[in-house]
Design a protein. Structure first.
Length: 264
């Protein structure tokens, strides 16, 4: 799928962040990849102000219909994540932005995400998680699907690759919430003629997705893995709890429908 949205983010971030390019994205990637630990030994006591991370709706026109959307695409929601500055050198720091875009004549929606340059990997990850939860939750709330597979399989996260300065925190936020790359799904389907998408640990696949049209690094929600991730309360928020409730309620309802069908 053409990526005009990624171009928008690159231009926006270049203008919006006047900081020099840092290696925080690669530091974050290395910590996740190699699970390294860092021990800090304080030499004196310092009281630092708490860093606040929050979400705001993007300003009108942030996603321009003519410049940033393909013909027939609809931007359903756009948001930005910010953090306070512990050094008080600025009112706020831009962390991440994202938009939920519906494809032409389709129920499939793409969550487009990208990061700013910020030398604070942990804070940037918190902002990316807020953006993802908001847009994924918005997608779930507007869906009329009555089973988990149809509920989540039409939401594709476009968050680049973990080694990218523009996408590292976004990519890690998707992993943290239980999303998996589509290329893993293609491999799974190549290894077996029949894929049981309803079994635990399987991927959920929309029939509207065609391998030749999709970015293999884009990500889709793995229900079994994702339920565990949201239930673990990592970076919990009101929106993450709402998402967990929707997923659990839909699963319970689908099971009741199956039981009633068998009884009939």
């Amino acid at each position: 799928m053409p990526s005009k949205w990624t171009s928008l983010f690159i231009i926006f971030i270049s203008i919006a962040t006047l900081l020099p390019k840092s290696s925080s994205a690669f530091q974050l990637y290395n910590r996740w990849s190699h699970k390294s630990t860092v021990t800090v030994i304080p030499t004196f006591s310092v009281s630092l102000p708490a860093v606040k991370v929050w979400l705001e709706e993007a300003e009108e026109g942030f996603v321009d219909e003519d410049e940033n959307l393909m013909t027939g695409e609809i931007c359903l929601r756009a948001v930005k994540a910010y953090a306070s500055d512990p050094d008080a050198s600025a009112d706020q720091r831009f962390l991440c932005a994202g938009a939920l875009v519906q494809r032409p004549n389709s129920n499939i929606c793409d969550v487009w995400m990208a990061d700013s340059f910020l030398d604070d990997a942990n804070t940037q990850l918190q902002g990316a998680v807020l953006v993802l939860d908001d847009l994924f939750g918005f997608h779930l709330k507007r869906s009329n699907a009555n089973d988990l597979e149809n509920l989540v399989s039409n939401c594709i996260v476009q968050c680049g690759r973990p080694e990218s300065d523009y996408h590292c925190a976004s990519y890690m936020s998707a992993q943290l919430r239980g999303f998996r790359p589509l290329k893993d799904l293609w491999t799974l389907m190549d290894d077996s003629e029949i894929v049981d998408l309803g079994c635990e640990g399987s991927y959920n696949y929309s029939n509207g997705l065609r391998e030749k049209d999709e970015d293999p690094d884009s990500m889709i929600f793995d229900v079994h893995n994702g339920l565990e991730k949201y239930n673990s309360a990592d970076l919990s928020s009101h929106e993450s709890l709402s998402i967990m409730n929707i997923l659990q309620r839909t699963r319970a309802s689908a099971r009741m429908d199956q039981i009633e069908s068998v009884l009939e």
